[in-house]
Design a protein around this ligand. Structure first.
Ligand code: ATP
Length: 281
């Protein structure tokens, strides 16, 4: 019987050449007190895949991203990253054992997250925000980190803002800095949590354009929570529809948005896209 630390355990029945899961939830439960938000949740994301989570408010989408980022810890089951346990492993007999903080941190450095509210350090300049983790977590020299940060600022269209403070930037610019900051850690997995929800409608597209570009030009695995259904259609390989902490539908974006099978999905998409929009493309 393979153990959870054995890479072969990540994909039961995996064949050579078959897609390899980089994120795997096995019977995951997350409760906050009596509120069971996720129950026996099983799903995986393969390396390089872009997977979008959709579903009504409170269905547990953000909680899933926060579990992967280790901002929360599951209360049951295990999560594997590239075959390695993220916060807990299962011992023989099914006993759940928490890993050491050092082990958890080692895996966490492979994962980046961009939040709805940017979460930049207000007392640091743009470039100081970007180099903070590469220098202090990865041990890069300041010179190396600055040079890379400047490159990334060019990629997000903010080459001239390195020495600005976040408060002098627009929301869209701050979110672009947050994207550059996440990329500066060379993440294998990028988590995007409603990254345009706090932005004025006219600058949503500038941020989505940068994310589209990242999706097109890198092989970073992406797990996305968004209310921007067009963006979800464009960048996703798979869309998972959540309700009540469970997956009710898992399909490619074309099928999900034009011919959803589950009544709950149809109702949700009608509410989000408007009556008559499902099946229009
Ligand atoms: N830190 C917390 N403490 C207590 N309850 C929490 C906490 N975080 C989330 N919850 C609860 O977990 C449930 C799922 O929340 P979550 O934010 O994951 O949903 P969501 O699908 O992302 O919703 P939305 O689309 O509105 O962001 C909600 O009932 C929420 O109140």
């Amino acid at each position: 019987m393979p153990t959870p630390t054995d890479p072969a355990a990540t994909a039961p029945g995996a064949r050579a050449g078959a897609p390899a899961p980089i994120i795997e939830f096995r019977d995951v439960e997350k409760r906050f007190g009596d509120n069971v938000v996720l129950k026996d949740l099983n799903f995986h994301v393969n390396k390089g895949e872009r997977v979008t989570l959709i579903g009504p408010s409170g269905s547990g989408k953000t909680t899933i991203l926060r579990l992967v980022m280790t901002l929360e810890e599951a209360t049951g089951g295990i999560i594997l990253i590239d075959g390695q346990p993220l916060t807990h492993r299962l011992e023989e007999g099914g006993k759940r054992v928490r890993l050491s903080n050092r082990e958890i941190k080692r895996t966490r450095t492979r994962i980046g997250m961009v939040f709805q509210q940017f979460n930049l350090f207000p007392n640091m300049t743009v470039i100081e925000n970007i180099i903070e983790s590469p220098v202090h977590v990865l041990g890069q020299s300041k010179t190396e980190a600055r040079s890379k940060a400047q490159d990334l600022l060019g990629k997000v269209g903010l080459a001239d803002k390195a020495d600005a403070h976040p408060s002098s930037l627009s929301g869209g610019q701050q979110q672009r800095v947050a994207i550059a900051r996440a990329l500066a850690m060379d993440p294998e997995i990028l988590l995007l949590d409603e990254v345009t929800s706090a932005l004025d409608p006219e600058i949503v597209d500038e941020v989505l354009g940068i994310l589209r570009n990242i999706a097109e030009t890198t092989d970073i695995t992406m797990l996305i929570v968004t209310h921007e259904m067009q963006f979800a259609r464009d960048v996703s390989d798979r869309v998972l529809m959540f309700d009540g902490g469970s997956i009710v539908e898992d399909s490619d974006p074309h099928t999900m948005f034009t011919a959803p099978t589950h009544d709950r999905t149809k109702k949700f998409l009608r509410a989000v896209l408007g009556e008559g929009q499902i099946g229009t493309r």
